[in-house]
Structures are given as structure tokens and as C-alpha cells.
Design a protein around this ligand. Sequence first.
Ligand SMILES: *Cc1c(COP(=O)(O)O)cnc(C)c1O
Length: 360
Amino acid sequence: MSRVYNFSAGPAVLPEDVLREAAEEMLDYKGTGESVMEMSHRSKEFEGIIQEAEKDFRDLLGLPDDFKVLFLQGGASQQFAMIPMNFMKNKKAAYIITGQWAKKAFKEAQIFGDAVAVASSEDKTFSYIPDCSDLDIPEDADYLYICENNTIYGTKFKELPNAKGHKLISDVSSCFLSEPMDVDKYAMFYGGAQKNIGPAGVVIAAIKEDMITEDTLPGTPTMLKYKTHADADSLYNTPPCYGIYICGKVFKWIKSMGGLAAMKEHNEKKAAILYDFLDASSMFKGTVEKESRSLMNVPFVTGDDELNAKFISEAKAAGFINLKGHRSVGGMRASIYNAMPMEGVTKLVEFMDKFEKENK
Ligand SMILES: *Cc1c(COP(=O)(O)O)cnc(C)c1O
């Protein structure tokens, strides 16, 4: 067996320990004689799995009791619609446009009401996070929406926007559990699991309890009401059982690594190895303003499409896969989520250095 270093933006690398444990339990989960994949979601065993996953998730974030945790499906993209359907009571909401995912959420919200863009970094290809200390947020806006880590462009909000008393809703898909969060600042945060938490098919949302009501936009389907899932503790219908089980294992792995503060320290060290190299290199350049750099997604370019392609293909042959940048940006992108070991980044940088010398 040989494992590669996988720099995919998502679905992405998972901790090897988690995969091994899941493999060991594949045919017989703790003496039940069945796989979690085959298990009833109403069984005592699965109830144990989902409850423990939620508990560990709460522990990691220090999430207070007035937040409800939901395990949902439909990807992060389905939240782009669910959020306005459930929360756009005044039919008005403010969006900060820092990349493609924020823009998609913004466009989706426009289907349901008056979504206004209160800040944007599109003027410079989303290469920075705009100043959000004094935004012109409409008084009657139901919420302020951000995408906290911009997976495609490699930027991250280092400081949350001044929401001026409005409810803050954040897509944290690509920075989920990568560092501690000031959870009290949010009305809701959510993310698809496949970036930093587990396999595709699971979305985890933490929502302030008092936001979850029957009062949704007319015509909101049952399955798209948070209340439906909240009342049933995420078991209204069959949840993505196996995915939740893997997420639960990843939570335990993060705990074993020392929790979110330790994770952050680890991620900062790891990202610095790559950013320091990019800053010193005369061939490779980061594409993002320094103050806005993500710890999770690192886009870079050589300035030459042919050289980019050569690099990506030689890197792949050397065991560093999925380094191609998003189709909308080009160049390269290394996603270095929680589960990417330090060694993966050190070796990538060694490879880049060698490539640079050979292709001067
Ligand atoms: C990947 C991603 C999405 C879309 O996720 P899906 O689960 O494919 O719908 C949304 N937001 C961010 C920040 C992402 O990285």
C-alpha cells in the first residue's frame, strides 16, 4: 500500500488513524456483527454514534447549550437556499462577497428576497478580505452573511465583520475545526464535512436555538426547515449515517491532537512552511494579500501556464496530487487541512525547490 500526499480542496485528506480504525470496524462494528453502513439509523448503536459525535463537536468548540447542532445533507450549497428560506423574515439580508461561494449564496438569496452586497473584494479577484469594520448594513436586514474561509481564493477573515447587532451567519466549510472559534459572535455557522471534517454527504450546522421556528418563508418544504431536523435531533429521515460516524472519529482525533488551540498552532506552523517558501521563491508566488492568507488553502502561480502544467504533472508523478488550482483561478492550490501532516508540506516545499532549480 502506498499513500500519496493529497492536496485536494475537497473531498480531502482524512487522518490516517481514522481511516485505519474505520477499516478495522468495517465488517463488525463493536461486536454488533454489522457495518455502520448497514445499521438502522434508529438502532441503539447508531444513536450512540450520533450523540457522541455531537458531544465531541460541542466539546471541541465549547458550544453553549443555546446552540442546536444539526447533521444535514444537500451539501453546503443547499444551505445557500435554506438560510434565506428560514431566516429572511423581512425579506432582506446583507452579504459580503469574498469569493465564488459567497457569491453563490448571495445569488441564491436573491431568489427569496432583497439580498444586498455590503462589501466585496471582486475588484482584485478576491485576493483580500475587505475592511468590514463599518459596513452600511440595512437596518432591517435579517442577517449578515459571510464565507469565512474562501476555499478557491485562499483568503480568510482574521477578524469577524462588525455585524452591528445583526445576526451573523457564516459558511465555515473550509476552516471548520481548524482553530478555536468565538462561537458567541455567531447566530449560525455551518459547513460541508468534506473539507476538514469527514466524507462528503454531511453538513454540520450550529444554529442559535431561538432562530429555529415554524416561521419560514411560505412554501418552504418540510425537509428544508431547520425546525424539522431540530425537533427530530437530525433523525427526521435517514441521515448520512456512515459519514456522521467518520466525522465522530475525526472529532476524537482532533481531541487526541490537543483540541482546536493545538490544531491552530499546528496549522500555523504548517502553513508558514509553504508561505515562507513562496515569499522567498523567484519562481512561485502566492496570489493573496498577506494579511488575508488562509491557513487551509494556499493558491500560488509561476506566471507561466506551461510551467504551471509541468509542475502539476511532475508533482503528481512524485506523489503530490490535486495541486491544480480551481478552474476559475488557474495556477496551483495546495489545500493543507487539519489532516495534512507537517511532513506533507515539508516534502512539497522540497519538491518545489528542486523544481525551481531545475527549471530556471
Ligand atoms: C466546497 C464549499 C462549498 C460547497 O460545498 P458543497 O458541499 O459541494 O455544496 C461551499 N462553501 C465553501 C466555503 C466551500 O469550500
